[in-house]
Design a protein. Structure first.
Ligand code: KG4
Ligand code: ZN
Length: 405
């Protein structure tokens, strides 16, 4: 089954073709980084306008790179949530129109869930997957699977029991980790997008030079935080089903048990503020000095040392919680997903501390792309009827907490 994926939820216009949820046939990503770099961040109206300009050429490119025509496409999968409303509308409108014109089944896909599915791509068209550092055979992750989802908008630990059957173990209480990378980059005067800039600067920095705090979240839950205890918490509540546009979302309020257990939660806002205060101290100005002018007072060595010190604590925070969850739930596989999953230090630390082999997805499939949308589209299509192109609606804010399929 060949699925055409379409992604336009933020600042990347992307289309890709994936066969049987495991073979990457083509993958086209048109990034708007250069446009938004002028403003230091994504401007929603500019993003939507740029999607309109390139969506059709990007889709045509995905077909021609795959050497396919519309006759070869069995289904269309498109991101409908979450994201910037104007951006989502462009991709979904293109997908709905094409589904009608070409008479193809249409499937709505949740962007954050899809990030996880980049890990299910294991083959190129030649049958071999291009792993970093050479070609090798990659395995699909096994269930139960622990997923650390780390992007510009999300930081979550999710335990997948099967396709479409997962529970949220923990999430950030404030900023997402990618957001913290982006904000720290601004404080340090490193270029947009912040994550890769901080990672690059950190390569030559001393991670021990500045001592920054690691957030410890308090949890009111009594007793152990084992799988059994969470299952007991889960069985105390109600499940209800809600309809979000066309996507039917199962709300498993109790399984999440957010109100009692923060054991696997994260917090990054304090770390970001600690960097700001440390930079103020280092440059000898007080809190009233404009933060936007701080960077000019740092030299390259200080900048690199701040980047490395911040990155080390951010990575340790993520890996500490992932390690706890791994020990408590004994998953058969661990995957990381989302833009921050491209961070080499995170990959190194996770592999060092977890006693299992982790097959990381290629860096270009961690940041936004449509291959992950097409991949999840395949598994979603095994369990669901297609959505009517006339009814599909976008849902700009739909957390993974509330969605299971
Ligand atoms: O998944 P993504 O492309 O878009 C969202 O859905 O948010 O993630 C973007 C985020 C940004 O915050 C970016 O700074 C961060 O991922 N990022 C990185 C790296 N590459 C991208 N953060 C740390 N290290 C990287 N190498
Ligand atoms: Zn994303």
């Amino acid at each position: 089954m060949n699925v055409l994926g379409i992604e336009s939820s933020c600042d990347e216009t992307a289309a890709a073709i994936v066969r049987d949820g495991r073979i990457l046939v083509s993958n086209v990503v048109n990034s708007q980084i250069d446009i938004h770099a002028l403003y230091g961040g994504v401007v929603p109206e500019v993003a939507a306008r740029s999607h309109i300009e390139v969506i059709n050429p990007v889709i045509n490119q995905a077909l021609s790179d795959a050497n396919m025509t519309w006759d070869d496409i069995d289904a269309i999968a498109v991101t409908y949530a979450p994201g910037l409303i104007g951006s989502l509308l462009v991709g979904t409108l293109a997908a709905r129109t094409l589904a009608l014109l070409k008479n193809k089944p249409l499937f709505p896909i949740h962007h954050v869930e899809a990030h996880v599915y980049a890990n299910f791509l294991v083959e190129g068209v030649d049958g071999i997957w291009n792993m970093e550092g050479g070609k090798s055979q990659k395995q699909q992750p096994e269930f139960p699977m622990l997923a650390l989802i780390v992007s510009g908008g999300h930081s979550q630990l999710v335990l997948f029991h099967d396709h479409g059957d997962y529970e949220l173990l923990g999430q950030t209480q404030d900023d997402a980790v990618g957001e913290a990378f982006d904000k720290v980059a601004k404080i340090l005067g490193l270029p947009y997008p912040g994550g890769p800039s901080v990672a690059k600067a950190a390569l030559v920095g001393d991670p021990k030079r500045y001592v920054l705090p690691k957030a410890q979240l308090k949890c009111t839950h009594s007793g152990a935080h084992t799988g059994a205890s969470r299952k007991a918490q889960a069985s105390n509540g109600l499940n209800r089903t809600e309809k979000y546009g066309e996507g039917v979302a199962q709300v498993a309020t109790s399984r999440i048990a957010q109100e009692v257990c923060h054991y696997y939660d994260f917090s990054f806002s304090g770390l970001k503020t600690a960097v700001l205060r440390a930079v103020q101290r280092e440059t000898g100005v007080d809190f009233t000095f404009p933060s936007g002018e701080l960077a000019a007072r740092l030299n390259d060595v200080q900048r690199a040392d701040f980047a490395a010190s911040f990155q080390q604590i951010a990575v340790e925070t993520l890996v500490d919680k992932a390690e706890k969850a791994f020990n408590d739930f004994s998953p058969k596989s661990v995957v990381i997903a989302g833009g921050v999953a491209a961070n080499s230090e995170l990959r190194r630390e996770l592999s060092d501390r977890l006693p299992l082999h982790i097959d990381y997805a290629p860096m270009n499939l961690c940041t936004d792309n449509a291959a992950m949308i097409a991949t999840l589209g395949y598994y979603y299509a095994q369990k669901h009827e297609p959505t009517s192109p006339y009814d599909l609606r976008v849902v700009p804010s739909l957390s993974m907490i509330k969605t299971t399929w």
